[in-house]
Design a protein around this ligand. Structure first.
Ligand SMILES: [Zn+2]
Length: 287
């Protein structure tokens, strides 16, 4: 599932490829995404310039020249592919997860520019495209979400005050978007490993020092993933499917039964379901 770093890399790729381009045509092959693609969606885009692509949490925001916005969420399996009109570029994926090439099935939305197009692919159809009329309405959409790990509001005091007295375990806290935006299941496991904190530990039992580790490591993990993902798709040439990007760097995620990668640790990586989500941790160095 695309998390903050993957969406950030899509954003960077799109800014490189379609910024300042004018939409010529839109083709919707399937309106039945998580939210139904509105009937005026095609007309909404025609002759609009893409001024800028932003990201908040796991949302992409296309800013159009009529001051309206298109909000995109990639759901569980959404990818955006960039296809040139004449030159056949084989690697089309704008991020480092899922297929590097444009799949033949599940291409639901195509947005055409003069010499290229972007294609939205989503086998599970949990993603969505939504038209947002103004900046004010856009802000409202994000009202309920906590700060991102890179925001200035995400501080030691913020974390400590939120966790204090709470019985909820720290893993569930990290993936709670009201507390912090943009951390999902994969990176939560990695952050807790780096912080040497057991995912089952109750929030109220965390010391200030633990909160400091969470602060530093959530920024570190996400930044590394963005950098690795960004470099792996440089010019869309170096990407090699699931082997590229940050996935090969996971310390615990999907490594159950393997030896802990921490120097001098004799632990084994375990997998446990916490609130129905797979959680990975070392049984020795995470307390
Ligand atoms: Zn360990």
């Amino acid at each position: 599932m695309p998390e903050l770093p993957e969406v950030e890399v899509v954003k960077q790729s799109l800014n490189k490829k379609i910024k300042e381009k004018k939409v010529k045509k839109v083709l919707v092959r399937n309106r039945n995404l998580r939210k139904k693609v509105p009937l005026n969606f095609e007309r909404f885009f025609i002759n609009q310039k893409i001024l800028e692509i932003e990201r908040f949490s796991k949302y992409l925001i296309l800013h159009l020249s009529n001051n309206k916005k298109c909000l995109i969420h990639l759901g569980m399996s959404g990818t955006i592919h960039f296809v040139k009109k004449n030159k056949k570029n084989i690697i089309t994926n704008t991020s480092f997860y899922n297929s590097p090439k444009l799949p033949s099935k599940h291409n639901h939305i195509e947005i055409f520019f003069g010499d290229c197009k972007i294609v939205y692919n989503d086998p599970r159809r949990f993603g969505f495209f939504e038209i947002v009329e103004s900046e004010k309405l856009l802000k409202k959409k994000f009202d309920h979400l906590g700060p991102e790990p890179f925001n200035s509001e995400y501080t030691l005091d913020y974390i400590y005050s939120k966790l204090r007295g709470k019985k909820k375990n720290i893993k569930n806290f990290l993936i709670d978007q009201n507390f912090i935006s943009g951390i999902g299941n994969i990176y939560a496991s990695e952050i807790l490993f780096l912080s040497r904190i057991n995912p089952d530990k109750k929030a109220k039992d965390l010391k200030k020092n633990d909160c400091q580790k969470i602060l530093v490591n959530s920024q570190k993990i996400l930044r590394e993933a963005i950098n690795k993902g960004g470099s792996s798709i440089k010019d869309f040439k170096n990407i090699s499917g699931n082997h590229g990007g940050f996935q090969s760097e996971f310390k615990v995620y999907q490594r159950e039964g393997s030896k802990c990668k921490r120097t001098n640790c004799i632990g084994i990586i375990k997998k446990k379901n916490i609130s129905n989500r797979s959680t990975f941790f070392c049984n020795s160095c995470q307390k």
